[in-house]
Ligand binder design. Structure first.
Ligand code: ATP
Length: 265
């Protein structure tokens, strides 16, 4: 069922899945993001890089309206998903977040069973008609998150009992269970060891065949390994955006050059 929804999508990889124009974010008096314009492509991994505090997470949160939940945070400008304005008053942010899922820095499974962690989204969004369909979505999502083999015999055990890397893959399974079109990942490997990091990176590459992935990372090596497009942020500006290979070998802006060569950051 999940597979059907995905294969039904017509995809043109040069097409913008998300388009941002003149995006500004203020936290009270702090002007955190300034005039950000970018097209995020479908079926592509886009990395957001830049020094601490430059606005990467702030911009990521604009893309599924997570900033709505932060008091004093004001977002202006325009962001569209498939040409539809996500800040239009008729858009329900909860529905939007099912389409634009998010995985956080620290694995944050619900204090529920492994099964219920994954079943939660499809249940609240009414995506399945019966237990058999729900079972199928849970299995498919856990398989896609490369976790099924490790948990299939203990689906009723608590999600919080898994290792850190397994918990992060569970959170990824939870995020993909609603068949999102975009997956936002905010430093998803920063709490993981190198083996778990490698597993999640492999997974990111696989997920790209189904949808658009945006990843915030402090690791330039990781950005280079997993992404096809990179956006470099500095002091609230999106300084440079382009092919990852180009950004890392031949950046156009001196600020990008300084960052990738380790002179700022
Ligand atoms: N919840 C918040 N409330 C108030 N100000 C915030 C909040 N989140 C971020 N900011 C401010 O917005 C600016 C950008 O922060 P943001 O976290 O987006 O940067 P970042 O590039 O993701 O940083 P890091 O790499 O350290 O995670 C900073 O000045 C920060 O202090």
């Amino acid at each position: 069922m999940n597979d059907m929804r995905i294969s039904e999508r017509t995809v043109d990889t040069t097409k913008a899945k998300i388009a941002a124009r003149k995006v500004q974010v203020h936290y009270g008096a702090n002007h955190a993001l300034k005039d950000v314009d970018v097209d995020i492509l479908d079926k592509t991994v886009t990395a957001f890089i830049g020094p601490s505090g430059c606005g990467k997470s702030t911009f990521l949160r604009c893309l599924n309206r997570m900033n709505d939940t932060i008091p004093g945070c004001k977002v202006t400008g325009k962001i569209t998903l498939d040409a539809e304005d996500i800040y239009d008053p008729k858009v329900d942010p909860v529905q939007l977040r099912a389409k634009v899922g998010m995985v956080f820095q620290k694995p944050n499974p619900f204090p529920k069973s492994i099964y219920d962690n994954v079943a939660y989204g499809p249940k609240i969004h009414g995506l399945t008609r019966n237990k058999a369909e729900l079972d199928e979505v849970v299995e498919t999502s856990l398989r896609r998150a490369a976790l099924w083999g490790e948990v299939k015999d203990r689906l009723s055990s608590p999600g919080t009992g898994l290792s850190g890397g397994q918990q992060q893959r569970l959170c990824i399974a939870r995020a993909i269970a609603t068949s999102p079109e975009v997956l936002l990942m905010d430093e998803p490997c920063s709490a993981l060891d190198p083996i778990a990091t490698a597993q999640v990176e492999e997974l990111i590459d696989e997920l790209r065949s189904q949808f658009s992935v945006v990843i915030v990372t402090h690791s330039m090596q990781q950005a280079a390994r997993v992404s096809q497009k990179t956006a470099f942020f500095h002091l609230g500006y999106l300084v440079e955006y382009g092919e990852t290979g180009h950004i890392f070998t031949n950046p156009s802006d001196p600020r990008t050059e300084s960052y990738i060569s380790g002179r700022i950051g």
